[in-house]
Every structure is written in structure tokens, then in C-alpha cells.
Design a protein around this ligand. Structure first.
Ligand code: CO
Length: 202
């Protein structure tokens, strides 16, 4: 107990000695560091003080939002395409960057109808092959996602999906050549005549 009081009083003595050692200049120097020199304005506040107060906006920091960086690294290599209860892709043309190693297509059916009535897929062929591939796909039936099995003319395709479903396909850029024209379409019987678009290499 005695020891505790002794140590405590030593500590208080040390503190007060330190405080007394400071000159008035040193104290004011310390206080100026603790207190902000000017008024602090909130962003967007216009009448909070003189013009000497500076505000920092997010753009001045040089930092980029993470999501922006992520999407730019995949720019032209990954595509989010939506379909619904109508014969339409949300994208009529796809521009694939020549710098892509792989290409990803994410297909989402935002409608309510089942695949048997309003099914959609995403099939990629050369323009010259698209009509025959669609016809053969219709014959292949729904069990085969309306794509003829082992069809070498099909460069890539997703499974057939209905309302509320999503699917995805990733394929190598090496399967494309810049001298060909490519068409993507839905091979559900009757859809390919209107559900189609052009894929270009940029
Ligand atoms: Co369709």
C-alpha cells in the first residue's frame, strides 16, 4: 500500500515537473498543433468561414474506386447480357478487345417464363454458319440446349435458361480470327431470326 502511494506520488511529481519546464512559447506551440488552425468546413458547405479554408474532394486524392479498376482490366473481355420474356438480347453488338486472353459471357434471364416456353441461350458462330447451326440446333431439341452435339461450327455456347436463371461461358480468344465475321444468337426454335447480334474484334 505504502509502495503504491509512493510510486503514484513520484509519477505526479514527474508530470508537474515536466509541465513547469515548458516555456510559454513551447506551450502555445503544442496547443497550436492540437487545435486546428482554421475552421473545418463540411463538403458542400458554402458559408462556413473565410476563403482560406481548403476542402479536399475525393477526386484530389488520386485514388480510384476499386470497382472501376476491376472493370477496366476486363474491358472488352467480359460481357453481361440480359434476356427476358421477349425475343431480345440487351446487347445488339459485342466488341471484343484484341488484348483479351479469354472472353466471358454472363447471360441472365430476367423474365418469368420457363425455358420450355421462352428459353434463351447464347450461341456464337461465324456469320456464314449461323443459319445452318440454328436449324440443326432446333432439330437437336431442348435436351441438347438446341445445339447439335459436337457441332464444330459452334465456337461457344451457353446452356438454355428460363426466367430467373443465369449462366456463363468462358472461351479462349484463340478461337476467333480477326478476318471473320461472327454472329451470336439464341438457338431456341424461331428465335434466331430476331435474337441475334454481331461480335466484332476491336
Ligand atoms: Co431465345
Amino acid at each position: 500500500m505504502c509502495r503504491y502511494i509512493f510510486i503514484t506520488s513520484l509519477f505526479v511529481l514527474a508530470l508537474s515537473t515536466q509541465a513547469e519546464d515548458l516555456t510559454s512559447e513551447q506551450r502555445s506551440a503544442i496547443e497550436s498543433r492540437i487545435k486546428p488552425a482554421g475552421k473545418v468546413c463540411l463538403l458542400g458547405q458554402t458559408n462556413c468561414g473565410s476563403g482560406s479554408v481548403s476542402t479536399v474532394s475525393v477526386g484530389d486524392t488520386g485514388l480510384q474506386p476499386l470497382s472501376e479498376k476491376a472493370s477496366s482490366s476486363a474491358e472488352g473481355c467480359s460481357f453481361d447480357i440480359e434476356v427476358g420474356d421477349s425475343l431480345q438480347f440487351s446487347m445488339e453488338a459485342m466488341s471484343v478487345s484484341a488484348s483479351c486472353r479469354d472472353i466471358t459471357v454472363n447471360l441472365r434471364h430476367t423474365g418469368n417464363m420457363p425455358a420450355s416456353a421462352m428459353g434463351h441461350n447464347w450461341v456464337l458462330t461465324k456469320d456464314s454458319d449461323s443459319a445452318e447451326v440454328a436449324a440443326d440446333g432446333a432439330d437437336a431439341g431442348m435436351d441438347n440446349d438446341y445445339v447439335k452435339p459436337e457441332d464444330a461450327r459452334v465456337i461457344a455456347y451457353t446452356p438454355l435458361i428460363g426466367g430467373g436463371e443465369s449462366t456463363s461461358i468462358t472461351f479462349s480468344f484463340d478461337n476467333l480470327d480477326s478476318s471473320s465475321e461472327y454472329i451470336f444468337f439464341c438457338s431456341f426454335p424461331g428465335h434466331s431470326f430476331v435474337m441475334r447480334g454481331v461480335l466484332k474484334i476491336a
